[in-house]
Write a protein of this length. Sequence first.
Length: 215
Amino acid sequence: MAKRKISKKKITIFAIILIVIVALVIGVIMFLTKDKKEDNTIKVETADKIEGYDYTLRSDATKYYKSLFKELKEVLEAEDIDEAKYADAVSKLFVADFFNLDNKMSKNDIGGLQFVYKDFRTDFEKLAGNSMYKSVESNVYGDREQTLPVVTKVSTEASTTEAFKYGDNTDENAYKINFDIEYEEDLGYQNSGTLILIHNDNKLEVAAMEESSVS
């Protein structure tokens, strides 16, 4: 009895159909996996803001940072703003956010930027990204296992004023504030330093930070 031969044409059609089916299955799997990952991404939103100053509070801020933000809001919403208290509040918020790496999404999520002097922000962001924030792993999907510092308290000394030159300008009444940091766990990060705050329109902004203790 003669064997039935399968034509090359039929073999080719079958191969093409198989390839299409496999491609469709892979595509569906990738699509579902992508949707699942997107659903698991951590979404950071604005929880509060201070009108007239462009200060915002992130939803993932620590309980301590939220309390500092509330204090700043009360200072700035007062009928007569106490500038010394304003300088102190900004200093604490900047330090508490910049040195708290645990809630940052990646090495590019630099804390405290909104308190830095506007013209220095780009350079400050690059410097921080290439130094302190360099080793911060991504936590977009909330699966980071890296241990990072959590700031629990920032203490400041009574502020003093002095002349501070920046570029072609000089602020004759810039604020100089020394600070100390307490962490949830000592991981060897900076725990003290000095800030210089200058006037920029109706705001006080960080123009310089001296690290008196480096890990």
